[in-house]
Design a protein around this ligand. Sequence first.
Ligand code: TYM
Length: 332
Amino acid sequence: RPRVLSGIQPTSGSFHLGNYLGAVRQWVAQQDTHDAFYMVVDLHALTVTQDPEALRANSRFAAAQLLATGLDPERCTVFVQSHVPEHAQLSWVLNCLTGFGEASRMTQFKDKSGKHGADRTTVGLFTYPVLMAADILLYQSDQVPVGGDQRQHLELTRALAERFNGRYGDTFKVPDAFIVKETARITDLQDPTLKMSKSSSTPKGIINLLDEPKTSAKKIKSAVTDTGTEIRYDEENKPGLSNLLTIYSALTDTDIAELEQRYEGKGYGALKTDLAEILVEWVTPFRRRTQEYLDDPETLDSVLAKGAEKARAVAAETLAQVYERVGFLAAK
Ligand code: TYM
């Protein structure tokens, strides 16, 4: 079975619809076709200021949500990044292989650091993509299921794997990004030129999966669309409507062409009302399941402990090989 690995940040409570449709939905499908490793990336979260208690709580929230989406610890490995110290260890080695200019070209760093200003931007944020490369390469991953915004980080990961292999001999598998074109970029409901995102979306533009279903339904109904009436997928001229069609199509596994037919002559209001209802039907059991995991900390802890143990076995093997190849003295 080919191996997949991916991660998600434990940020402020709830995943959003972009996280789910762009990434986590694929993780659920791949647990039956792949040897799958999925993690809560708390080391990455630390690249911006975090309240310690909030970070701890958010990591539990994230793990509970992953299980609530349908990840089954019997069929895949779910763990927390900081439980596997090899991530930070490999990251250092890869930092020493990454060009300063190369890291400076990462567009996500440029976007995020621009917001904070030079002195409030941490070195951690700068080397964030290198840590991500370490995450991926430790597990000899074949594929990495992510949203489109991670594409450049995957290119860096491939470059680092090839560089290491070229310098020290074949060590890492060179992984491929697995990006589903249709859902690679779910956009903000109020400004369809923006990606739906915790850091840039306004509250009305983002669907948080743990919000009151009524609130989410309202946001769908008040999503910005153009002034036309024809239900047709057209990213350029009808970006808001196209985003709603994408969401509808993904949540119901229906082709967009079929939706266009179904809503012929019906207008945007009908589509929004139906989509709001579909979303409510999806989030209601999701919220209940998340709460069940949060109410049962022993089960959650034991899933994460087992996950960390399985992950560590793989990660330790790769790291030992790397340490030997780069010339570190063996610890006796
Ligand atoms: P993060 O936590 O920002 O997002 C988690 C996943 O959600 C995807 N995503 C989206 N997809 C479509 N439309 C959107 N609007 C949208 N917003 C977010 C992201 O692409 C991502 O797949 N660096 C990563 C976490 C990470 C990782 C890794 C991923 C750390 N190590 C190793 C893969 C492998 C991140 O911050 O994702």
